[in-house]
Design a protein around this ligand. Structure first.
Ligand SMILES: NC(=O)C1=CN([C@@H]2O[C@H](COP(=O)(O)OP(=O)(O)OC[C@H]3O[C@@H](n4cnc5c(N)ncnc54)[C@H](O)[C@@H]3O)[C@@H](O)[C@H]2O)[C@@H](O)CC1
Ligand SMILES: Nc1ncnc2c1ncn2[C@@H]1O[C@H](COP(=O)(O)OP(=O)(O)O)[C@@H](O)[C@H]1O
Length: 266
């Protein structure tokens, strides 16, 4: 199955992809837990987190596999970055701002969510941005672009202006390339309408991008990776919500491995 890496005898934790993560904050530490959990569950060699101590501690309590760093430690040796979930741009301190900017300028592919979306215009490498409806409006306002009535057209305007793949989230999620080419993924369940599921999606996308870094240089392939992530996220939620039971965001992450295994069997 394209983009779902299966390790072979020559693989090790580095060849399977190293995801660097700068997510979470004192206010929203849980978003880092959700994204890191989702990245591990999607199949990745290593997850490295740069974050404040409280965020590190909570992530390690859930996922001791994660390699943690202070925000001012050198940020290198990663195949891709996941940035911004659980952060608020209005509350960002200088250490976080410079860590995010450094990651965006380094040239590795980046998945950019929530509190780092305002920094995307500085990106050097391939980028996937994951706004919800209000965040997409804010991106267009920041760019001085008209806010179109249609969600897909808004996503296309943002993708062109940012030179990034835009994943415009909602019950229908539009994955749009800078050229305007778009794929729409209908969510497999509306049970996704619960806090933190976007943080889980961002972690899954980060893992898929880090496992396929060379493919991210072409927008069409990067968008294909993003669309796969969105589809797997919806399917994992549907599996968690079987019988229309209520779910919480971590349930979605926990169902990702079974959904991936089912895809690989096809
Ligand atoms: N456990 C956690 O730590 C969680 C942290 N979260 C983080 O909280 C921060 C703020 O998230 P939000 O922007 O959702 O904050 P809010 O819920 O405060 O929403 C901010 C604005 O965006 C609008 N909005 C929120 N979700 C929307 C949607 N799906 N479609 C359209 N408009 C929407 C709201 O109505 C509001 O006007 C982010 O950094 C996010 O990653 C959330 O993901 C929830 C869980
Ligand atoms: N009504 C809905 N039906 C299906 N999926 C939804 C619905 N509402 C939201 N979603 C999905 O749930 C996730 C919510 O992400 P987001 O708005 O960033 O929330 P959070 O910031 O709390 O994580 C996205 O993947 C979005 O596509």
């Amino acid at each position: 199955m394209q983009w779902l890496r299966v390790p072979g005898s020559d693989d090790d934790k580095r060849s399977m992809g190293v995801l660097g993560v700068i997510t979470g904050s004192e206010r929203y530490p849980g978003a880092a837990v959700l994204g890191v959990e989702a990245a591990w569950r999607t199949g990745i060699g290593m997850v490295r987190l740069w974050a404040p101590r409280r965020v590190q501690d909570l992530v390690l309590a859930r996922r001791p596999e994660t390699v943690c760093h202070a925000l001012d430690e050198p940020a290198d040796g990663v195949d891709a970055w996941l940035l911004g979930s659980g952060q608020d741009a209005r509350e960002r301190d200088p250490a976080l701002r410079s860590a995010l900017l450094e990651a965006l300028a380094a040239g590795a592919p980046c998945v950019v969510d929530a509190g780092a979306l305002d920094l995307v215009p500085g990106h050097a490498g391939p980028a996937v941005v994951t706004p919800h409806g209000r965040e997409l409006e804010r991106i267009l306002e920041q760019l001085g672009a008209p806010v179109e009535a249609d969600a897909r057209m808004r996503a296309a305007a943002a993708a062109a202006a940012l030179d990034a793949v835009v994943v415009a989230k909602g019950a229908a999620t539009h994955v749009v390339e800078p050229s305007g080419a778009a794929t729409t993924v209908e969510a497999a369940t509306h049970r996704l309408a619960t806090a933190g599921t976007g943080d889980v999606l961002a972690g899954m996308l980060g893992a898929l991008v880090a496992a396929n870094p060379d493919a991210t240089r072409e927008s069409e392939r990067l968008a294909s990776i993003a669309a796969l992530g969105v589809a797997l996220h919806g399917q994992a939620a549907a599996a968690a919500a079987e019988g229309d039971r209520p779910i919480a965001a971590l349930d979605v992450a926990e169902h990702v491995p079974a959904v991936i295994a089912a895809r690989l069997e096809r």
